[in-house]
Design a binder for this molecule. Structure first.
Ligand code: UDP
Length: 153
């Protein structure tokens, strides 16, 4: 069981819809540890760096417009298999196809404005985390709860 870190964004729609507390609460209650947290405005340059794999795709101009349209909240979460745990909690890209109980399935109907980003694998996490956080902005600390919420079977 790998202890992983994942880069999470609460996208501009989550901020505008006042859903950041709800999303953060779900992440905390699940047992993942927040090791970095900040609000920032994504620039066109940052968008292109983050979404490098999508820059040439037809949907990119609208994605860029959306992700730069207002502030986002960026987090690094840590825990056992944190990357896939977060992807499951997020649901499918398209809110309309996303299962109830997931963040995208519970709060959205859009494929673009889908509230949350989460790294889709270890390589993506390793690439994305330094885009948003300097090493000194990530805090190492122990929680006494870890043995209760993360214990393996
Ligand atoms: N996106 C979009 N139109 C599409 C596909 C994706 O606007 O047809 C946006 C959407 O906000 C999505 C992001 O681009 O979250 C990145 O796409 P990806 O396929 O990596 O989805 P994710 O990993 O976020 O589920």
């Amino acid at each position: 069981m790998a202890n992983e870190r994942s880069l999470i964004l609460f996208k501009p729609d989550a901020v505008q819809r006042r859903l950041c507390g709800e999303l953060l609460s779900r992440i905390e209650k699940r047992g993942l540890k927040i090791v970095g947290l900040k609000m920032l405005q994504v620039t066109k340059e940052l968008s292109a760096q983050h979404y490098a794999e999508h820059v040439e795709k037809p949907f990119y101009p609208l994605l860029e417009e959306f992700i730069t349209s207002g502030p986002v909240v960026a987090l690094v979460v840590e825990g056992p298999e944190a990357i896939s745990v977060m992807r499951t909690m997020m649901g499918s890209t398209n809110g309309r196809e996303s299962a109830l109980g997931t963040i995208r399935g519970d709060f959205g109907l859009s494929r673009q404005m889908n509230l949350i980003h989460g790294s889709d694998g270890p390589e993506a996490a390793a690439r994305e985390i330094p885009i948003y956080f300097k090493a000194e902005e990530l805090i190492e600390y122990e929680t006494t709860l870890a043995g209760w919420v993360c214990a393996d079977d």
